[in-house]
Design a protein around this ligand. Structure first.
Ligand code: UDP
Ligand code: MG
Length: 139
C-alpha cells in the first residue's frame, strides 16, 4: 500500500459540457478521496506556467489558450496508488487510443480537449498540487 496524492483538473471542455459530477463520481467510485477542490479560470500566463514542461511541443500555445478559455476544476485526489489509479480512469492522452470505459474514451472528441489532467509522477504531483493549493486549503 502506498497512499499518494495527485492533482486532477477537469478542463474547460469538461466544465462547459456539464461533466463535473460525472467525472468526480468516477473518482469517488474508484475509491479516491477528494482532499481539496476549487473552480477557477486560469489566465494564459498561468496556463503557460502550469504546462511549462511542454514548452517545446508544437501544441503548447494552443493547449494553453484552450486551458485558459474557461473555468476549470482543480482537485487533490488521495488514495492507494492514486497517481496511476487516476491515470487509468482518465485513459490515454489521445481519446482514440483510450481504453473503453475511461473518461477520455467515453467523452473526448479531440486530442486537445480531452476533459481531464492528471499528474504523471509523485514529483510532478507535489509541484502541481502546490501550484493550485496552499497549506490551509489542503485537508
Ligand atoms: N495535447 C495536444 N496534442 C498532443 C498531445 C497533447 O493537444 O499531441 C494536449 C492534451 O490536452 C494533453 C495535454 O496536451 O492532455 C498534455 O499532454 P500530455 O502528453 O502531458 O498528456 P496527458 O498527461 O494529459 O495525458
Ligand atoms: Mg501530462
Amino acid at each position: 500500500m502506498s497512499i499518494e496524492q495527485t492533482l486532477s483538473m477537469i478542463k474547460p471542455d469538461g466544465v462547459a459540457r456539464g461533466l463535473i459530477g460525472e467525472i468526480i463520481g468516477r473518482f469517488e467510485k474508484a475509491g479516491l478521496k477528494i482532499r481539496a477542490l476549487k473552480m477557477l479560470h486560469l489566465t494564459k500566463a498561468q496556463a503557460l506556467k502550469f504546462y511549462l514542461v511542454h514548452q517545446e511541443r508544437p501544441f503548447y500555445d494552443s493547449l494553453t489558450s484552450f486551458m485558459s478559455s474557461g473555468p476549470i476544476v482543480a482537485i487533490i485526489l488521495e488514495g492507494d496508488n492514486a497517481i496511476q489509479v487516476n491515470r487509468d480512469l482518465m485513459g490515454a492522452t489521445d481519446y482514440r487510443q483510450a481504453a473503453a470505459g475511461t473518461i477520455r474514451a467515453d467523452f473526448a472528441k479531440e486530442i486537445e480537449a480531452n476533459l481531464v489532467h492528471g499528474s504523471d509522477s509523485p514529483e510532478n504531483a507535489q509541484i502541481e498540487i502546490a501550484f493550485f493549493f496552499n497549506a490551509l486549503e489542503r485537508v
